[in-house]
Design a protein around this ligand. Structure first.
Ligand SMILES: Cc1ncc(COP(=O)(O)O)c(C=O)c1O
Length: 354
């Protein structure tokens, strides 16, 4: 928090927490002492930020539902749209409430190699308006532009992205009040180049007179949080296998989805230490495997294993990612009537967090 707050103090930019990465709201009062507020991916996260931090509240979603918009407008300060059609549909409502309207742009500048699933600039991406689809004559009421293109990256990639933003959208920057650099800035990582970040921020402030926002998620709780698990059994199938009382698919689904290898305290890469095991979960899914790790001693039932860096993305994927409402469950009777037997709301989201 102090590192992020230092960037805010030295540059005058504002940093808000991207709740999609970390929405453990018992920490919000502490985080709120250092950051300017929260940003949300939908109505539920917006409510959470409003209720639990109560500072500046931003929202971006690829599209909004009509029935959610009144509440979004009442609890959010910046409402960012992904297309000119969404802008046209909801802009008046937002402006009437005295809130800020933003538009997400797509600078089509990929700085991530080989990670198309988390690159919003990959071809065919649904995120942001490209220059080809930009309509300068429909910017009335839009006070800011938003881009989000990075993932776990350093400020050199931000500088490259900003050059693309200026090259493509430069003519309209001076008519804006603010710009949002999105997330993906690994600011709290040891090798992160903070002076370069600050020069990027100052450039936008000085050249275009813009207020600058950043909305990191990971950087707010990087390398925090542990998941403690117990070895239930070991056996062999061409290699040593350990069954844990946790599950990649249930408790750390991001391990399978991204995919990535979570750090495990005291372990090594396969073959690095004398005893290598494949660590798997209790579910029926063959692919419910966390990875292959090596140890100094053979594993045995009852051993405790501690995974690290579990606070960001892992926790939120155990609840409902982005606060996306769960679908209702219904039964269709033989006569064709449909009965909704369970609906899920905001409390179902919030009660799974703490
Ligand atoms: C629009 C937007 N803002 C912020 C973030 C947070 O990114 P990170 O947690 O990588 O900093 C994301 C992540 O997907 C995002 O899509």
């Amino acid at each position: 928090m102090k590192i992020l707050n230092g960037v805010m103090k030295r540059t005058g930019c504002k940093i808000v927490l991207a709740q999609k990465a970390f929405s453990m709201y018992t920490m919000y009062p502490l985080i709120g002492q250092y950051l300017s507020g929260t940003t949300a991916s939908g109505l539920f996260e917006a409510r959470l930020g409003y209720e639990e931090m109560g500072k500046e509240n931003h929202i971006f979603a690829p599209a909004y539902r009509e029935e959610e918009m009144d509440e979004i407008v009442s609890i959010c300060d910046h409402i960012i749209f992904n297309s000119f059609s969404q802008l046209e549909k909801f802009k008046d409502k937002v402006l009437k409430a005295g809130k800020k309207v933003g538009l997400r742009i797509n600078p089509e500048c990929s700085t991530q190699v080989g990670h198309a699933i988390y690159d919003p600039c990959s071809p065919g991406s649904r995120f942001g308006v490209t220059l080809e689809n930009f309509r300068p004559d429909e910017l009335d009421g839009v006070s800011g532009l938003h881009f989000h293109t990075l993932c776990e990256q350093n400020s050199d990639d931000l500088a490259t992205t900003l050059a693309a933003v200026e090259e493509k959208f430069g003519p309209w920057l001076s008519q804006m009040e603010w710009i949002n650099f999105g997330g993906g800035h690994h600011i709290t990582r040891e090798d992160y180049d903070i002076p370069l970040l600050e020069s990027c921020i100052k450039r936008m402030q000085e050249k275009y007179g813009l207020e600058v926002y950043l909305e990191p998620g990971e950087a707010v709780a990087l390398n925090a949080g542990y998941l403690v698990t117990t070895v239930l059994d070991t056996h062999k199938n061409g290699m040593d296998i350990a069954i844990l009382d946790t599950s990649a698919s249930c408790h750390m689904p991001d391990v399978l989805e991204m995919p990535y290898r979570p750090p495990l305290l005291g372990s090594g890469m396969p073959g690095e230490k004398p005893y290598t095991y494949r660590l798997g979960g209790q579910t029926c899914l063959t692919g419910d495997v966390i990875g292959d790790y090596s140890f100094d001693q053979p594993l045995k039932s009852g051993d405790r294993l501690i995974f690290g860096d579990m606070a960001i993305y892992t926790m939120v994927k155990n609840t409902t990612f982005n606060g996306m409402p769960l679908p209702a469950i219904a039964i269709q009777d033989k006569n064709g009537d449909c009965r909704i037997v369970r609906e899920f709301g905001y409390q179902d989201f919030k009660m799974r967090l703490a």
